[in-house]
Design a protein around this ligand. Structure first.
Ligand code: GTP
Ligand code: MG
Length: 259
């Protein structure tokens, strides 16, 4: 009997791993749903791709050493926020904020920490939007709120971060000044590129509306009129979508509530 009560850390770690794997599944499903919904409404995917990972034992041990904490399951759960991590790669900077706010709005998600390295890039040039959130995981007899780190960035930001990560490790965090300067320069170019791509995308939207409308009329339309017209079209689409969603919501709710 005594043996059964013996504290088994391996069992505890396996249970924790189950939770971290589950939270990755939950968040990835939520993201896929948002992406599909967005595609239906706007005819493009705001998410280019998603990667997820469980932190390796080796990295966990290194981080715990850096934090000068004993390597126990309790300390890992308490002090490491990124045992479960997802990275969302978006097309445009505007998509990053759109995705982040859709995540933040979900009732079952608790936001623990947000770091906006896009509004405030790190001195080395690193840009990304980071969130630490917790999501309830339903087990047979329990609900356990489990943390996951979400990093959201554009393709260009991801390109820079991957290379910088390699260089950081190559020089064990002490890259020579000229390499650091060049990396910072690349980060500035990448921020400029993202800005440029975003404005090209906005222009493409305007062209679409121009082609959609009567050419006789559109040739006389000024930029201000075009912007007004565009926002009117967007508004109409939005109201139509809201009506459809509302009516589906009441239909789905009524069907789900009837026995
Ligand atoms: P940890 O770094 O996870 O201990 O916590 P923190 O509070 O410093 O978190 P932060 O949100 O600043 O960074 C979390 C993660 O973002 C890191 O583990 C990296 O994956 C990534 N990251 C942060 N800064 C950089 C950077 O300068 N370069 C690269 N390539 N990645 C970074
Ligand atoms: Mg990390």
């Amino acid at each position: 009997m005594e043996e059964l009560l013996y504290y088994n850390e391996e069992e505890e770690w396996n249970q924790a791993l189950l939770l971290y794997k589950a939270v990755l599944k939950e968040i990835c499903t939520k993201l896929e749903i948002l992406n599909e919904e967005f595609k239906l409404a706007h005819q493009y995917n705001p998410i280019e791709h998603i990667t997820s990972r469980i932190k390796s034992m080796h990295s966990i041990a290194r981080k715990m050493r850096l934090k000068q904490k004993e390597l126990t399951v309790e300390n890992v759960v308490r002090y490491i926020n990124d045992v479960a991590g997802v990275r969302i790669i978006c097309s445009f900077t505007s998509d990053i904020y759109r995705i982040a706010s859709s995540i933040a709005k979900q009732d079952d998600i608790t936001i623990i920490k947000v770091k906006d390295y896009i509004a405030n890039p790190k001195p080395n040039g690193y840009m990304s939007y980071h969130m630490i959130v917790s999501i309830p995981i339903y087990l047979s007899n329990d609900v356990i709120h489990t943390k996951v780190e979400i990093q959201i960035r554009t393709i260009a930001m991801d390109f820079w971060a991957s290379l910088e990560h390699k260089i950081y490790y190559k020089f064990e965090g002490k890259a020579p000044g000229n390499i650091r300067d060049e990396l910072k320069e690349c980060a500035d170019i990448i921020a400029f590129l993202d800005q440029k791509m975003l404005s090209i995308n906005e222009n493409i939207k305007n062209y679409n509306h121009e082609f959609d409308s009567d050419p006789e009329i559109s040739s006389d339309i000024s930029i201000v009129d075009m912007e007004e017209k565009e926002s009117e079209i967007e508004q109409t689409k939005l109201s139509r979508r809201n009506i459809v969603t509302e009516s589906l919501k009441s239909l789905f709710d009524s069907v789900s509530n009837s026995k």
